[in-house]
Design a protein around this ligand. Structure first.
Ligand code: SAM
Length: 396
């Protein structure tokens, strides 16, 4: 459970094992003023995107099915195996939907300070309530497929290689830098843009106090399910690539079953201080000199104005503390992908700004091979040549 501090209204893109952890997941953050009714409608929209997954998935398959059935008998005959394949995809979609139902089953307790599943005092004729199912456009519910890919990256054996290239360098750096400190719990680490929470979980598992921050409700709802409802490893199976219709070598690749989580998310020692906080990073973290480390992976390019991110990180870090970053610069708000305003500076310019603000660059590497939500079987693969850096806010 976490506080809602105004989650991403754009969204483009716990109970636990121990009472101790439940307490930490309920950590309070300063509440930011938000338009409650707008937030509420956004919440219902996202829930309905999850709920629309099966219908939209079936429509996608039945379109191919109908086209196939319209072909001449000879072609139909030759495509018998493909027809069976489409039926198998439908079965995978059906199964995935049972996982989605689990994910959205218990979201009344998602936020500590608000329950969007109960009726609102404010009503508006256009608005829907939690119980109303309103089918969402395929483009919107397709984001559930992106959540599945993120789930593979963070919480499955298949995602190990991505975590090795993106999370391990951060974890090693944190352990090395704070090596002098015997009391790891006194080291407070913040992970903005934490996705489904695996990196903050791993940091907390190593004994540090850690908070993950996210503003996407797709991510928050799913991480709530993993972190608070999955009490053992490999308890669920899903078909993350069921709706990946392109670049498959073998039909079976599209139907690959993947188990999650690869580790028991409740497996944290008592007294571990681990929490997730909902909201826009630059809006909710305003207290100066409050963190020992900020860790970012594949995050800084989500900014419209990256200087605002750097300013925030500078402000909230204590003197003598560090910012560890790994990732590329695939600007999320670039005109290529959105209508939002965006700055799209090179790393060279970002580096100048980091130094100008006052950070001391203590480690830096370019060309670091890393991967993001890849389908390991696909004929298409992206490799990022990321930048990795550690910079320090000097003591004075
Ligand atoms: C590319 S994903 C990376 C996720 C994770 N760090 C990883 O490496 O797998 C970026 C994440 O940052 C989140 N995000 C983007 N802007 C944010 C903001 N201003 N505040 C909090 N989260 C944000 C997005 O919702 C998304 O989950």
């Amino acid at each position: 459970m976490m506080d809602s501090n105004g989650v991403n209204s754009d969204d483009s893109h716990s109970d636990s094992h121990t009472d101790q952890r439940q307490e930490s997941i309920c950590q309070k953050l300063p509440t930011v003023e938000v338009d409650e009714q707008q937030e509420r409608q956004h919440f219902y929209h996202i829930v309905n995107c999850f709920r629309s997954y099966k219908l939209n998935g079936f429509c996608r398959v039945s379109k191919a099915y109908h086209y196939l059935n319209s072909l001449n008998d000879r072609h139909k005959q030759m495509l018998t195996t493909y027809k069976t394949h489409l039926e198998n995809i439908s079965k995978c979609i059906e199964h995935n939907f049972t996982i989605i139902e689990l994910i959205i089953e218990d979201i009344s307790s998602l936020f500590e300070n608000i329950d969007y599943t109960t009726a609102s005092n404010v009503t508006h004729e256009d608005n829907i309530d939690f119980k109303t199912f309103k089918r969402q456009p395929a483009l919107d519910s397709d984001k559930v497929n992106s959540v599945f890919k993120q789930l593979v990256r963070e919480w499955t054996d298949e995602g190990y290689n991505e975590r090795r290239t993106c999370f391990e360098p951060i974890l090693n750096e944190i352990e090395e830098y704070f090596n002098y400190n015997d009391d790891r719990s006194s080291v407070h680490v913040l992970v903005p843009g934490a996705g489904l929470g695996r990196l903050p979980f791993e940091i907390a598992k190593r004994g540090f106090t850690c908070q993950g921050n996210e503003y996407s409700l797709f991510m928050l709802i799913t991480s709530n399910f993993i972190l608070n409802k999955c009490k053992d490893k490999y308890i669920h199976t899903f078909y993350p690539w069921a709706q990946h219709f392109t670049n498959n070598v073998r039909s079976a690749d599209q139907l690959t079953a993947v188990r999650f989580p690869d580790i028991n998310p409740s497996d944290l020692t008592p007294n571990t201080d681990f929490s997730m906080a909902a909201g826009n990073f630059t809006e909710i973290y305003t207290e100066a000199n409050s963190w020992d480390c900020v860790a970012t992976t594949f995050f800084i390019d989500t900014a419209s104005n990256v200087v605002e991110y750097i300013d925030t990180i500078w402000k909230i870090l204590k003197p003598g503390s560090i910012w560890v970053n790994i990732g590329p610069l695939l600007w999320h708000n670039s005109a290529e992908f959105s209508d939002n305003d965006s700055l799209e500076p090179s790393y060279e310019i970002i580096r100048e700004i980091i130094v100008e603000i006052g950070f001391e660059m203590i480690k830096e590497m370019t060309n670091v091979s890393s991967y993001y939500t890849q389908n390991p079987h696909s004929m298409l693969a992206y490799e990022y040549r990321s930048v990795f850096f550690v910079c320090k806010k000097p003591i004075s």
